[in-house]
Write a protein that binds this ligand. Structure first.
Ligand code: FMN
Length: 337
């Protein structure tokens, strides 16, 4: 049994990574059907919620079915993060997570997200003050450092223990890498094995299969792993991972017919919870991955991406099943092809 503060998890916990414009309430609802152990909101700007910005306030809405859930905040000022954390606390999440890893230029170069890796005293002060300000466990998510020549994660993890933070997620890339190259899990192992680092370490970066997830736990010793991009258009991945840990068996890859059922279910929930236009548009990034890999499917994939009404979406999904329903993607298919 693994724990973060007083929240208990099964062995080999698998968390869904926070992803802006992806892990909204609909996607979290969907992933919850696939055994995910902990989910996070998309990141929320501290300044945004202090100014009552609609987007941020909307992101603070949680539902009981998705628990345990963390609200993730980002910002650059100690005071605004403290005040925003107090507001977020009213939504009653299980955790508040602080984002010190976002590489996006307009955030990081202004001193928020991964920008705080260039100001460790401030990063620590923010964490300590937020821990003191709220009655919820506070966790941190960050990267290895700003650049290869300024990797700070080992010392930072030791210092974060003294702030009262309850866990640390490490996306094992530097800010300069953004998403290029490979995540270097050796750093995760060094931190996880350090006896001075007494809180749980959540390893993150490039996990896209049950085999890789097992390798991550076996070789690098994290307390939990976090999976992000590979769940887009493949929300069942976390269940595949959990099933593999429990039974040692790999679940069969779903056929296109089964994937269409999930995509329809996903779209129906989007129509229920969102305005029509965002429901249609935001599904598009998921279809790209739901329907990758079948030879000849591209024209229909493009057609579903261009569909502008629910009727067109459903009709095109039916066409996909009619033409490609039995196709099963090779397990070794690479998304980057
Ligand atoms: C579209 C997108 C949006 C993201 N948004 C966030 C975010 O809001 N907060 C955060 O901490 N990380 C964010 N990330 C980073 C992921 O949480 C994760 O650390 C990263 O994708 C590496 O994990 P992966 O290789 O499993 O995808 C985002 C990543 C992507 C691709």
């Amino acid at each position: 049994m693994k724990k973060i503060a007083n929240i208990e998890f099964e062995d080999y916990p698998v968390f869904l990574a926070p992803m802006e414009d992806v892990t909204d309430p609909v996607f979290r609802w969907l992933c919850k059907q696939y055994d995910v152990d902990l989910m996070y909101t998309e990141f929320i700007s501290a300044d945004g919620i202090l100014h009552g910005g609609k987007k941020g306030m909307r992101k603070l809405n949680l539902v009981d079915e998705e628990r345990p859930v963390a609200i993730q905040l980002y910002g650059k000022n100690v005071e605004s993060l403290v005040e925003a954390a107090k507001i977020a606390e009213r939504s009653n999440p299980e955790l508040i997570d602080l984002n010190f890893g976002c590489p996006v230029k307009k955030i990081a170069t202004k001193g928020a997200g991964a920008g705080l890796l260039r100001d460790i005293p401030k990063l620590l002060e923010i964490t300590e003050k937020v821990v003191t300000a709220v009655n919820l466990p506070v966790t941190v998510k960050t990267r290895l450092g700003w650049h290869f020549d300024s990797i700070v994660i080992e010392e930072l993890a030791e210092k974060l223990v003294n702030t009262g933070a309850e866990a640390l997620t490490i996306h094992a890339r530097t800010r300069s890498q953004v998403y290029s190259g490979e995540a270097d899990w050796n750093y995760i192992k060094k931190v996880a094995d350090n006896p001075k680092v007494t809180f749980p370490i959540i390893g993150n970066g490039d996990i896209d299969s049950a085999i890789k997830a097992k390798e991550a736990f076996d070789l690098y010793n994290p307390d939990a792993i976090m999976v992000g991009r590979a769940t887009i258009g493949r929300p069942w991945l976390i269940k595949e991972i959990k099933h593999y840990f429990k039974t040692g068996e790999l679940l069969p890859e779903p056929s296109i017919k089964e994937k269409v059922e999930v995509a329809k279910y996903h779209f129906e929930k989007s129509l229920e919870l969102k305005e029509l236009r965002p429901a249609i548009v935001q599904m598009r990034r998921h279809y790209v991955n739901y329907f990758k890999g079948a030879p000849g499917i591209k024209p229909l994939r493009i057609k579903v991406l261009q569909a502008n009404t629910p009727e067109d979406v459903y009709n095109t999904l039916d066409e996909i099943v009619y033409n490609f329903g039995d196709f099963v993607l090779d397990r070794n298919y690479s998304n980057s092809k």
